[in-house]
Design a protein around this ligand. Structure first.
Ligand SMILES: C[S@@+](CC[C@H](N)C(=O)[O-])C[C@H]1O[C@@H](n2cnc3c(N)ncnc32)[C@H](O)[C@@H]1O
Length: 605
């Protein structure tokens, strides 16, 4: 049946001046639709520079035809989509079965073989059953699907208005209640009504195309998807009528080619012949693994899976043009400061709405510099003008946490997918590609974190674990007071911060000790303690805040372990200073909770 239709279409196209190279064979099967292969591999080598398909302008469906059909004086400029009128014209061509004008009837007869082969079953998410659509909820796609459908409903009303056409109305059809209103697909009832209407219409369409009314929303949705997945940019025709770069037209035969990213192709319009010529490159056939059947592919423009799925109803699993979105809600002022005060490169593409920033993560750019810097900025203290290494590392830990939860939710979703139908396969490939990117981002982040640590000079960094191991007396005090046998116990017994403060005060008092410490306390820690001590203004509230901690330890500690905790100054103020020192120069590594002292220094120093 489909093969007959395909043969008829090719015959019609040839009768009307289309030239198809005889090495091309068009095929059709139920699951893949129509596609083209090169049947004579010996000839492939000679394909460079050879015209493979040549389509005359006489068989194109353009906006000019649409204008002729409605009224050439129509002003559709109020509708943002320059293809709205041509989409409505396609609805007429395909579905109007009564009251046609003579000229429309003539065009319907002319394009019949083409219209008959246009698919009536589309895989775009708008046509997915509700339960499958719900699976998109946790992906970035869900909002876009709802948003596109909302705008399309508006566009449909507007273009009907411009053409003075009444929408198809049928009382029992619940979507008609919504005509003339602004769709709110966040409203659960409306969402259900619209998607159920689409499902019912799909069923009708599959049984009998004449049951679809040309001026119904479903007809327009179908036409919109056909246009999105098959139209070519009109700019290639060098026509003078183009007012918008997105204006497009339908090109029978040429639109039977499937897509593959990275495919090298050329379309050239010959003014002399008034034909569009299609050329391919031999390279497209050299990788047997990638193209085992010598399929003749087109290139719709190298696209991400989101674009492919929403525009074409399929995805490429190993798609190097794919990306994940990472969207963050932050205070708008914070984003402005990051951009203007800190000089972090946040473009309009990043700043998608007030207080909302978005990054695209891809295999080529899995960790944008501005993303890492923004997280560093978020962890910067108010007292710091620039982003110190400590903040960059803390920020990268925070970022990892967010990415990890996004990655986990993708993994969960993949696990939830049961069954092998087309939609499930598409969704699985989409998610697998997202997982691949997120994994890559996590790896890049881990190695970036390592390289930041590596770039810090040795003398500017020391782990608290190293100190703990060198300071036997202090370790012993921790055993007596907190029952800490080994360093890791500080973490499991939740006394790390107390231990850090105690050690910092001990280090600051080291010159008062009767016996010198057996190791060298890094100079930058002592310098920071002094800097804080010199500038701090201790308020009554600060004292109150630290009082219970202080009372829990003192004077008990200085009485029990005078050799560690009584020489020098051990007042409450010292601990307030020590805590500020921790804020400024200690990075608690997220994956093992180990504190690292890091000199307050910056990348560009
Ligand atoms: C321009 S048409 C190509 C011809 C189409 N196969 C047909 O049967 O009419 C675009 C549509 O073909 C399908 N398609 C194109 N490239 C594909 C690919 N690489 N994998 C799966 N489907 C593809 C999608 O359904 C898409 O919406």
């Amino acid at each position: 049946m489909e093969t007959d239709k395909l043969i008829k279409l090719i015959d019609w196209a040839k009768e009307n001046g289309t030239i198809i190279n005889d090495s091309i064979e068009f095929k059709v099967d139920k699951s893949n639709g129509v596609y083209a292969t090169l049947c004579n591999p010996d000839k492939i080598k000679r394909l460079n520079g050879e015209k493979l398909i040549s389509v005359p302008s006489a068989i194109l469906i353009t906006k000019k035809l649409a204008l002729e059909s409605f009224d050439s004086k129509i002003n559709d400029k109020t509708v943002p989509n320059p293809n709205a009128l041509t989409q409505l014209y396609l609805c007429q061509l395909k579905f109007q079965i009564e009251n046609q004008s003579q000229s429309l009837a003539t065009k319907q007869a002319f394009f019949k073989t083409y219209l008959d082969l246009l698919p009536n079953s589309l895989n775009h998410p708008y046509f997915w059953p509700l339960d499958k659509l719900e699976l998109l909820k946790k992906t970035d796609l869900y909002i876009t699907v709802k948003h596109t459908l909302t705008s399309l409903f508006k566009e449909w009303s507007e273009i009907l208005n411009v053409c003075d056409v009444k929408p198809y109305e049928k009382d029992e059809n619940t979507i008609n209640k919504l005509i003339g209103t602004e769709l709110d697909l966040n409203e659960q009832e409306t969402f259900k009504v619209v998607f159920q209407y689409i499902q019912d219409s799909v069923k009708l369409f599959l049984e009998d195309a004449s049951a679809i009314h040309w001026n119904s929303f479903f007809a327009y949705l179908w036409s919109f998807c056909i246009f999105n997945s098959r139209a070519f940019p009109e700019i290639m025709l060098n026509s003078k009528d183009i007012t918008n770069i997105n204006q497009a037209f339908l090109m029978p035969i040429m639109d039977l080619l499937n897509h593959k990213n990275n495919t090298k192709v050329k379309w050239i319009f010959s003014e002399e012949d008034q034909k569009v010529d299609f050329f391919t490159n031999v390279e497209n056939f050299t990788n047997k693994k990638e193209n085992p059947n010598n399929e003749l592919y087109n290139n719709y423009g190298d696209k991400s899976n989101e674009e492919l799925l929403l525009g074409y109803g399929f995805v490429e699993e190993s798609n190097n043009f794919d990306f994940c979105r990472l969207t963050l809600k932050l205070e708008d002022q914070l984003l402005k400061d990051a951009k203007f005060k800190q000089g972090i490169k946040l473009t309009d593409e990043n700043l998608i709405a007030p207080g909302c920033v978005q990054f695209k993560l891809s295999m080529n750019e899995s960790l944008p510099t501005s993303l890492l810097k923004l997280f560093g900025f978020l962890c910067k203290l108010k007292s710091e003008d620039k982003i110190p290494y400590r903040a960059l590392l803390e920020g990268s830990d925070e970022l990892r946490g967010i990415l990890e939860s996004k990655l986990n939710s993708i993994k969960e979703l993949i696990k939830e997918l049961k069954g092998a139908d087309n939609v499930i396969q598409i969704l699985k490939s989409y998610l697998v590609s997202q997982r691949r990117i997120m994994n890559q981002t996590m790896e890049t982040l881990a190695s970036k974190q390592k390289s930041i640590v590596k770039s810090v000079p040795q003398q500017n960094m020391i782990s608290f674990k190293t100190i703990f191991k060198s300071d036997k007396m202090f370790a012993n005090a921790m055993l007596l007071r907190f029952g800490v046998i080994k360093f890791e116990d500080l973490i499991s017994k939740d006394v790390m911060n107390k231990a850090l403060m105690l050690w910092i005060v001990r280090a600051a008092n080291k010159d008062a000790l009767p016996k010198k410490l057996e190791y060298t306390v890094p100079q930058f820690i002592l310098v920071m303690f002094k800097e804080v001590a010199d500038n701090i203004v201790v308020q009554k509230e600060d004292v109150m805040e630290y009082m219970s901690f202080y009372k829990e330890l003192f004077p008990h500690l200085s009485q029990k372990l005078p050799e560690v905790f009584s020489k020098g100054e051990w007042g409450i103020k010292q601990f307030i200073i020590a805590d500020t020192v921790i804020d400024r120069i200690v990075w608690i590594k997220k994956n093992n909770n180990e504190p690292i002292f890091l000199k307050q220094s910056f990348e560009d120093e």
